[in-house]
Design a protein around this ligand. Structure first.
Ligand code: PLP
Length: 219
C-alpha cells in the first residue's frame, strides 16, 4: 500500500525532484515500511520526535527538519541532521554553525521564505533573506552551507494562487542563486506537499515534502 503510493509519487517526480517522506506523528513501523519501499529521506517537524526516531532506523536515512526550529534545540539534531529546511534568522544559523562545529560537520540549510497569504506561517521576507545572505557574520560560519530556499504555499483550492506563490519563490531562488560566497551554494528549492506538489514540480521544485498522501491523514 505505502510502497505502491511511493512508487507512484516517484514516477510523477520523474527524477526532477527528491521525495522527502514527511513522517511526523507516524510510528516507527510506518517509517520502516517506507524505508523498505526505498525511501531514504524522512521529514520531521519536531526536534524531539526526530531525535527519538533517528536511532531506530538505519544509518543511511537522511533526516530533514522541516518545522520551526528553536535555537536551544539545535544541539539535539546537530550530530545527524541532513538538511534543515526552516532557517529563519541569523541567530539560528549561528547556533547551527556552532553545534555543527562541535561535531566536525557542515550542516546544509535552506532559508524558509514566507510566501503564503496566512499569518500563521513562519519565514523570512525576500528582503530579509537577501540581508541575511549578505550578512558579514556569514564569513566566519564554516560549518554551515546555505543550499537553497523552502516555502509553504497558502492552503487553498485556488490553484492559480498557489502557482503564483511557487513561481515567486522560484524567481527569488534564481536571483539569490547568483550570489557568490563560500557558504552559499544554491541548488535546492523545497516546495510542494501532498496537495500541491504537482504544481510545485511544474514551477521548479527540487524537493517535495509529502506526508498524508503516503501515510494517510494525521489525527
Ligand atoms: C506536515 C508538513 C508537510 C507535509 O504535509 P502533507 O500535506 O501531509 O503532505 C510538508 N511540509 C511541512 C513544513 C510540514 O509541516
Amino acid at each position: 500500500m505505502i510502497a505502491e503510493t511511493i512508487r507512484q509519487i516517484e514516477r510523477s517526480l520523474n527524477g526532477k525532484a527528491k521525495l522527502i517522506a514527511v513522517t511526523k506523528t507516524k510510528p516507527v513501523e510506518l517509517l520502516r515500511e517506507a524505508y523498505n519501499a526505498g525511501c531514504r529521506r524522512f521529514g520531521e517537524n519536531k526536534v524531539q520526535e526526530m531525535a527519538d526516531k533517528q536511532p531506530q532506523l538505519p544509518d543511511d536515512v537522511q533526516w530533514h527538519l522541516i518545522g520551526h526550529l528553536q535555537s536551544n534545540k539545535v544541539k539535539y539534531i546537530a550530530p545527524f541532521v541532513a538538511l534543515i529546511h526552516s532557517v529563519d534568522s541569523l541567530k539560528l544559523l549561528q547556533e547551527i554553525n556552532k553545534q555543527a562545529a562541535k561535531h566536525n560537520r557542515v550542516i546544509d540549510c535552506l532559508l524558509q521564505i514566507y510566501i503564503a497569504d496566512e499569518e500563521t506561517k513562519f519565514g523570512l521576507s525576500p528582503t530579509e533573506a537577501e540581508l541575511l545572505l549578505n550578512a558579514p557574520e556569514l564569513n566566519d560560519m564554516h560549518n554551515i552551507r546555505l543550499i537553497g530556499l523552502m516555502g509553504l504555499a497558502t492552503n487553498t483550492d485556488d490553484e492559480a494562487q498557489v502557482r503564483q506563490e511557487f513561481r515567486g519563490l522560484k524567481q527569488l531562488f534564481d536571483k539569490l542563486a547568483q550570489l557568490r560566497h563560500p557558504q552559499i551554494q544554491f541548488q535546492e528549492l523545497s516546495m510542494g506537499m501532498s496537495g500541491d506538489y504537482h504544481i510545485a514540480l511544474e514551477e521548479g521544485s527540487t524537493m517535495v515534502r509529502v506526508g498524508s498522501a503516503i501515510f494517510g491523514s494525521r489525527s
